[in-house]
Design a protein around this ligand. Structure first.
Ligand SMILES: [Zn+2]
Length: 182
C-alpha cells in the first residue's frame, strides 16, 4: 500500500490527497460542523443529500458514483480490467492495487485511480468552499494526459514498457510523440 504512495510515477498533488485519505486527514462535513457549526453543515455540498463522511466523499456520494462508473469503464475498455478485478472494488478504488497482477498494468491503473480520487476531492472542495461545480471528467482526463506526457519525458527509456503495456490509453507514434487515445 505504501509502495503506491511513494511511487516515483505518482502525480504529486494526487499523492498528497492519497496521503490524507490513508491517514483520515480529510476534514469531512461532519468534522467541520463539529469544529464550526455556524459556517459548516454536516450535509454533503456535492449532492445535498447525505451527511458528509470520508467514505461518502470518495465512495458513495451519488454524484461521484457516476464519475466512478465512468472511470471503471475506462479501465475495462482500455486497461484490460475484468469483472474479477472489481471484486474488491471499494478497496482498489481507495488504495489502488498493492501488488502487480499478471495481464494488467497496475502501475498505470494506480496512477489513473490516484488522479481520479484527487479529482473527486478537488470537485468537492470547489463545491464546498467556492460553491462552484467543476467538470470531473474534463479535470481528470486533462490531468492524466499532462501527467503521462511528463512521465514520457522523464522516463523515456522505459516509458513504453512501464506505461503502455496492456493498455490502449495511449501510444507512441513513429517520431516518439505520445498519442492519447481517450
Ligand atoms: Zn454527496
Amino acid at each position: 500500500m505504501c509502495k503506491n504512495i511513494n511511487s516515483p510515477y505518482a502525480h504529486s498533488f494526487a499523492n498528497n490527497t492519497d496521503f490524507k485519505i490513508r491517514h483520515r486527514q480529510i476534514f469531512s462535513g461532519i468534522i467541520l460542523h463539529q469544529m464550526n457549526s455556524v459556517s459548516y453543515e454536516r450535509v454533503c455540498t456535492v449532492c445535498n443529500k447525505n451527511d458528509e463522511t470520508l467514505e461518502h466523499i470518495f465512495l458513495t456520494c451519488p454524484i461521484c458514483e457516476v464519475f466512478i462508473a465512468r472511470v471503471q469503464n475506462l479501465l475495462t475498455d482500455n486497461c484490460k480490467l475484468s469483472s474479477k478485478d472489481f471484486t474488491d472494488w471499494d478497496w482498489t478504488w481507495l488504495f489502488g492495487f498493492s501488488h502487480k497482477k499478471g495481464g494488467i498494468n497496475t502501475t498505470l491503473i494506480n496512477i489513473l485511480l490516484s488522479i481520479a480520487r484527487h479529482t473527486i476531492f478537488i470537485a468537492r472542495n470547489y463545491a464546498l468552499f467556492e460553491d462552484v461545480q467543476i467538470n470531473r471528467w474534463l479535470f481528470f482526463t486533462s490531468m492524466v494526459k499532462s501527467h503521462l506526457r511528463l512521465l514520457k519525458d522523464a522516463f523515456k527509456a522505459t516509458f513504453q514498457e512501464t506505461f503502455l503495456a496492456n493498455s490502449s490509453l495511449c501510444e507512441l507514434d513513429q517520431s516518439g510523440e505520445l498519442m492519447l487515445l481517450f
